[in-house]
Ligand binder design. Structure first.
Ligand SMILES: Nc1ncnc2c1ncn2[C@@H]1O[C@H](COP(=O)(O)OP(=O)(O)O)[C@@H](O)[C@H]1O
Ligand SMILES: [Mg+2]
Length: 406
């Protein structure tokens, strides 16, 4: 009887069982939530700055900054859409263009940026071929033709400036002195806090007529954001509070990043699905965290040249031997030279290896803090930015990829 009951349950479960996800796309970056939580004050501040455009006045330029995943893009695009609706209802002449500098076709050159914006404004300019001056002229002409208030929102502006310099910003912030019949305002958005330090002083002060600093989310706020999404993303009974709380807590530790929280939840769900689990469990979140860390570092490592790989290999080997505490630049150099010798490769100089170590730090692959080290002067103290497991997998990858003797 008992056996029959069990079989009965299996069949019943099979009939009733639902997939983990109802709609996974809700947890991806392309999904725009209906409800923006815990950002009221930022929505309010930005709206207040831009509202003067409804009367035809020029809003101040705004510089928006804060760590990744704090809702900068979401809030800005939301406020711009609402502003446009209000302008249309009111008969105000308002136009906005949102530029995502992460798109390759936008951010390669100044020419591409301009032609992209001009095309968004309805002036068709080929993506290559004209002199930049001509593109500027046609862009200005188009602006005059459109008239009213034009808001240019440039997201990830730090990445853009790094690639194409800040000349375009100089021009865009001066534009109002040259053009009549139209006012142009800029919104610059950046994840990088120190970005403005490198700007031309005049550009900097005019871009930051107003500044809005987006604060990181805390664990409770992230929990609210996740709960809202989880309702749409998962089938009933497939996710519980403990799982959500865990994702929220981990992402809160990492500068309150909502994107990370959503990634954790999505990847945990995918892992549960792959393991044919009945529902998402906390242990799936742990696995998700490792996978995300590994993927992120792996993406960066894949693009590194040969010697950077060797240096990283030496670091991983040393840190493993040192029980994952820390190592110094000099030790890395010795181990790295040994690896080169064993593989019959000429090692780079200690100075070059120092540079590589700081590059690896900038890429977020390791942490390398500069310390002063007695009579040896400055050196770097190197630690892992992730779990040892992750690095051991990276080490295997390097070994296979470069086929060497360790
Ligand atoms: N307050 C919020 N409510 C709902 N979802 C949010 C909120 N803040 C951020 N998100 C989501 O988190 C992710 C990252 O937000 P985003 O605006 O891209 O951050 P940033 O531009 O600051 O890096 C997006 O998927 C976004 O939809
Ligand atoms: Mg963004």
């Amino acid at each position: 009887m008992i056996v029959q009951k069990t079989i009965h349950d299996i069949f019943k479960d099979a009939i009733n069982s639902k997939p983990i996800f109802k709609d996974k796309s809700v947890l991806t970056i392309n999904f725009t939530p209906q409800n923006i939580m815990h950002r009221d004050s930022f929505i309010y501040t930005l709206s207040k700055i831009l509202a003067v455009s409804l009367k035809g006045d020029k809003p101040s330029n705004v510089f928006i900054y804060g760590p990744t995943g704090t809702g900068k893009t979401l809030v800005t695009t939301f406020v711009l859409k609402e502003l446009k609706k209000a302008a249309d209802d009111n008969g105000s002449n308002l136009t906005y263009v949102y530029v995502n500098s992460n798109l390759k076709r936008v951010a390669d050159t100044e020419y591409r940026l301009l032609s992209y914006i001009a095309n968004e404004l309805g002036e068709s300019i080929p993506f290559t071929g004209l002199p930049t001056d001509v593109v500027y002229d046609r862009f200005f002409k188009k602006l005059k033709e459109i008239g009213g208030v034009v808001i240019l929102a440039i997201d990830e502006i730090d990445i853009l400036v790094e690639k194409i310099g800040d000349r375009f910003l100089y021009t865009l912030t001066r534009i109002n002195q040259e053009l009549e019949g139209v006012v142009v305002s800029l919104i610059g958005i950046s994840n990088n806090l120190s970005f403005t330090e490198h700007l031309d002083a005049r550009v900097k002060s005019s871009l930051s007529e107003e500044e809005i600093w987006f604060t990181p989310y805390n664990a409770l706020q992230l929990r609210d954001i996740l709960n809202e999404r989880a309702k749409l993303a998962f089938n009933e009974g497939k996710i519980n509070e403990a799982v959500i709380n865990k994702c929220a807590a981990l992402a809160a530790q990492e500068h309150g990043d909502a994107r990370k929280a959503l990634d954790l939840l999505r990847v945990a769900g995918e892992i549960a699905e792959r393991l044919n689990a009945e529902k998402v469990l906390e242990e799936h979140v742990d696995m998700a965290e490792k996978k995300i860390d590994y993927d992120r570092i792996f993406e960066a490592v894949k693009t590194l040249p040969k010697h950077s790989n060797f240096v990283l290999y030496a670091i991983i080997e040393l840190l493993k031997e040192n029980d994952n505490s820390k190592v110094l630049t000099g030790d890395v150099y010795n181990t790295y030279s040994d690896i080169c010798k064993r593989n019959k490769i000429k090692p780079l100089t200690q100075r070059r290896v120092s540079d590589i170590i700081s590059e690896l730090d900038v890429l977020g692959i390791i942490n390398a803090k500069v310390i002063s080290h007695g009579r040896y002067g400055r050196t770097r103290e190197i630690t892992f930015s992730n779990s040892l497991d992750t690095y051991l997998k990276i080490k295997d990858f390097i070994k296979k990829e470069w086929l060497f003797n360790d």
